[in-house]
Design a protein around this ligand. Structure first.
Ligand code: PGA
Length: 230
């Protein structure tokens, strides 16, 4: 199976940078890559036939200024959404309960949720327990989990240049897969062109979520090449 690569572009890049990024990336064939740009840039990526996902959307069908509804996403043929990223949990107090609602509404609209879970640094030795609580609450009352992608992202590895050992990643991925069969699991957190080769050797992984490095096009293409063994 081809590995999935999610680019989480967060709120990096100004419009000039985005334009030159798109001019180059549209020349590539990126079948297994899902790019999640900042909302205001999304139409520029869609027009270029790049697989696009959202970084977030509203958890229910209600009116809310500043938000994006799943129905709007669907109307642009957007088929992926990142849900429960730690930056949203931490900065915007997004709870597992809200995340659960978002996953449900994504699935109702045939949008694949990319659910982020992971432990804090002080829980590193207890990671399975922490992930288990998050998964239980975020996936509550969801029968069909086949169309959900989970990203294991220890919070202490996001944007810090610190990553867990390969053994730790592999153990946590196996734990998630053993608990929830048929679910795809990616790793995310401080991936770059220097560490991807080693990370790519972890056998039970279905792919990667790449933050900052996905906004540096040469580095990102290099990472993709290594993951796809080209
Ligand atoms: P990073 O971000 O690759 O910049 O650490 C990962 C993420 O978006 O969670």
């Amino acid at each position: 199976m081809n590995k999935i690569i999610v680019g989480n572009m967060k709120n990096f890049m100004n419009f000039d940078e985005v334009k030159s990024y798109i001019a180059k990336i549209k020349l590539e064939k990126l079948d297994n890559v899902i790019l999640c740009p900042t909302n205001i840039y999304i139409p520029y990526f869609i027009n270029e036939n790049i697989k696009v996902g959202l970084q977030n959307f509203l958890e229910e069908d209600k009116v809310c200024t500043g938000e994006i509804s799943p129905i709007q996403a669907k109307s642009l043929n957007i088929n992926y959404v990142i849900i429960g990223h730690n930056e949203r949990r931490k900065n915007l107090n997004e709870t597992n309960e809200v995340i659960n609602k978002k996953i449900k509404i994504a699935l109702e609209n045939n949008i694949t949720p990319i659910l982020c879970v992971g432990e804090e640094f002080e829980d590193r030795n207890n990671s399975k327990e922490k992930i288990n609580i998050q998964l239980k609450e975020c996936l509550k009352d969801i029968e069909n989990k086949e169309n959900i992608i989970v990203v294991y992202e220890p919070t202490w590895a996001i944007g810090t240049n610190q990553i867990p050992t390969r053994q730790e990643i592999s153990d946590n991925i196996s734990f998630i897969k053993d608990t929830y069969h048929n679910i795809k699991v990616l790793y995310g957190g401080s991936i770059n062109e220097n560490n991807i080769e080693k990370l790519n050797k972890i056998e039970n992984l279905d792919g990667f979520l790449i933050g900052k490095a996905s906004t540096k096009l040469d580095e990102f293409l290099n990472i993709i090449k290594i993951v796809e063994n080209k």
